[in-house]
Structure formats: C-alpha cells, structure tokens
Design a protein around this ligand. Structure first.
Ligand SMILES: [Fe+2]
Length: 391
C-alpha cells in the first residue's frame, strides 16, 4: 500500500507533485507555528480548528494529502477519533499526533485506532518536527513512485496478456484454416486419383477392344508388377506409378492393325517391326499428359532388356528405369502363361523358367528374385491361386 494516496486518485505520470499537508488543532497559535515552520517549503498547507472541519477538507480534496497532523485534545472530536475517520479517507497518509503530555494510554489508542505513525508531545522542537515531516514526505514519494511503477508493470502485463490472447486466437484460427485447407486438398487429391484411375481403366478397355485375345492382360500385368514391387519394398507412390504404367503399357498397340494383333500364326519380320512401334506410339500419345509420374517414359522402355537386346532403343542395365524392368518381367510372365492366337498357353511354370534362365542377362536379377518369392508365396497358398497372375 502507498502512503498518502486516496483510493480514487490517479497518480501523476511523474513524481513532481506538490505535497499537501493538513494540520488540525484548536489552538490558532499552533496552526500559525506550523505555517511558519513550513513557509519556506514547497508544500500546500491546509489548516482546520477541529476534527469535523479537517474531515471536510479531506473529503473535498481534489488531490491526495500526503501528511496529516492533529492535536489530540480538541473539543467534540479528539485526535484519535479524527484520525480513525481520516484514515478511511486517505488510508495511507502519514499521520502525526500532537499531545500535550505523554499519556501512554492515549498514545497506544492513537496508534491502534487512529493508525498514527508518529507522535510529539508539546512543547516540541521546530527543527525536530520539520525533520520528521521531511522524512515522512520522502517516504511518501518513494512509496508513490513504487506504486506508480507497479501499476505501470501491471498495465503492461495486462496489455501483454491481451496481446497474447489475440495472438493465440489468431494462431488457432490459422491452424483451423490450414486444417480445413488440408482436408479440402486431400479431398481434391482423392477425386483426382479417382478420375485418373477411371481414365486409365477406360484407356485399358480401349486397348482390349483392339485385341480381344489379350483381354485382361493389362490388369494382370499391373497386378503381377505391383506384387513384385511390393516384394521389393518400393514406396506406395512407386506402386501407384507402376500400376498406372503397367495398365497402359500396351496402349501403343492402338496403332497396330487388328489383323496383326490377332494373327493366328507367327508374325513376319515386317509385322514384328510394326508391333515394335507400339512402345514409341505409347510414348507419343502419353507424353503430353501430365501424370504425377513419368508414365510415358516407363511404357516407352517396357520392352528394353538388360543386355541391350530389347527395343525400341536398345537401352542397357541402369539406362532402363527400375519400374520398366519390373513391368517387363511381369509382361513376360503373363504373356507366356496366357493363350495367344498363334500358340497355346505355356503356363506360369514355363514363364518362371524363362525368366530364371535369362536372369541377369535380359532380366534384372533383383526383379527376378522378387518375382520368384511372389511365385513361391502364391504357390504355397491355394486360395491365392497357383498362378502369379491371380490375386
Ligand atoms: Fe508390349
């Protein structure tokens, strides 16, 4: 608590105010003596002849009183009674009691009931009382400054807390916005995937209409390729990529005449050359589509072989993308295992023997090993089907 400040008073910004002092005494000579003592000081000095007048001055004061001095012996209201009420008005003003004699009972009462800080017995020394007044007012100044700083800190804290709450609210709103946007993006991505899947399936059906003998080939190659890729622990993204590329791997056959595709006998050299164009045609058709993966390039490479014996560009080893190497193996497995117009189905076992025979020569050994593992797993599980090409 701060001395000398009434509760409803606002403190000045800086501690440069003039102290107000109230002196209450029924003897004019005492009041005049105080006026004289304090004349050279820059204080506002108010006087009253009795307690009631003194209280009226305090109640109507426009600025706080720092110090209140009162005589104890006064008619109607004594010093202790006056201080008891004055204390209610300015609870922290320094209170000094003047007594005519050293009456210990009244002094104790003054301290307990009137909240008196100091007392002087008459006659008192002017220098001594002036010194005490100055010391008391110094305390008032220090305490007032302390209160001003405390209030400043409290206000700043309130501002900071309000700002913090605002920031928290904004951050919460931003987070919610981001969550909503993320959900929308996820939804949009999901829809895009469904549309992409639909387009890929439609294109795959178009290829099948060109060559009914290979019906279901695209689907089976996609399934086998994805099983191999999964066995090789490729990422979900790569699996999606492989699935799309495998489903569309023969789309270039759209430019190959149906008579060649469905010819029930061995193809001539020229017919084989026409067939081989399907890789480049697929690349030409698909390269302008912005798939999330390089689908056109992978399909372009699906007949390339590790030793450079494949087509159309004769790529070797690492020049061929891993995804194309996987689709190449899956393509051979399903093609050999299935019926063709020019030969009966050779079966999965023959297809497996073929890729084992050429493992490390035309086929990627890692892909072949993964394919063999998948084959063993599907063979061991009758429900999964003996064939690699069945789910
Ligand atoms: Fe092909």
């Amino acid at each position: 608590m701060v001395i000398g400040i009434r509760k409803d008073f606002k403190l000045p910004q800086r501690l440069s105010y003039q102290h107000s002092i109230l002196i209450v005494d029924d003897e004019d000579s005492i009041l005049n003596a105080f006026k004289r003592i304090l004349a050279d000081e820059d204080y506002e000095v108010r006087v009253a002849n009795n307690g009631l007048d003194g209280l009226n001055i305090l109640r109507s004061a426009k600025k706080p009183f720092s110090l209140i001095i009162s005589d104890q012996r006064m008619p109607e209201m004594n010093g202790v009674q006056f201080f008891a009420q004055a204390k209610e008005i300015f609870p922290d003003a320094v209170r000094i009691l003047l007594t005519g004699y050293a009456d210990s009972d009244s002094i104790i009462e003054a301290i307990n009931k009137g909240g008196v800080h100091l007392y002087f017995t008459k006659p008192w020394h002017e220098e001594e009382i002036l010194l005490h007044i100055k010391q008391s007012l110094s305390k008032v100044e220090i305490l007032a400054e302390n209160r001003r700083l405390m209030e400043m800190i409290q206000n700043k804290n309130k501002e900071l807390m309000a700002l913090n709450k605002k920031l928290e609210k904004k951050a919460e709103e931003k987070t919610n916005d981001l969550l909503i946007q993320t959900e929308k993006l996820k939804e949009s991505y999901k829809k895009s995937q469904i549309i992409l899947d639909g387009i890929v399936r439609t294109l795959s059906k178009i290829i099948e209409t060109r060559d009914p003998y290979t019906s279901g080939h695209e689907d089976q190659v996609a399934k086998i390729a994805c099983k191999i890729a999964k066995e090789m622990k490729l990422s979900e993204d790569q699996l999606s990529f492989i699935h799309i590329a495998a489903t569309l791997h023969d789309i270039g056959k759209i430019s190959v005449p149906s008579e060649i595709l469905t010819k029930p006998s061995v193809l001539s050299k020229l017919e084989m050359e026409i067939i081989k164009t399907h890789c480049k045609v697929a690349n030409d058709v698909l390269k302008s589509i912005e798939f999330p993966y390089p689908v056109a390039e992978i399909i372009y490479q699906h007949h390339e072989r590790m030793d450079g014996s494949g087509y159309p560009r004769g790529l070797k080893g690492d020049e061929i993308a891993l995804e194309a190497r996987i689709i190449g193996v899956a393509d051979v497995i399903d093609a050999m295992a299935s019926y063709r117009p020019y030969r009966p189905a050779l079966g999965v076992d023959a297809a497996i023997q073929e890729i084992v025979k050429f493992k490390g020569i035309t086929y990627d050994p890692v892909v072949v090993d993964a394919c063999l593992k998948v084959y063993k797993k599907t063979s061991a599980n009758p429900k999964d089907g003996k064939s690699l090409s069945i789910n």
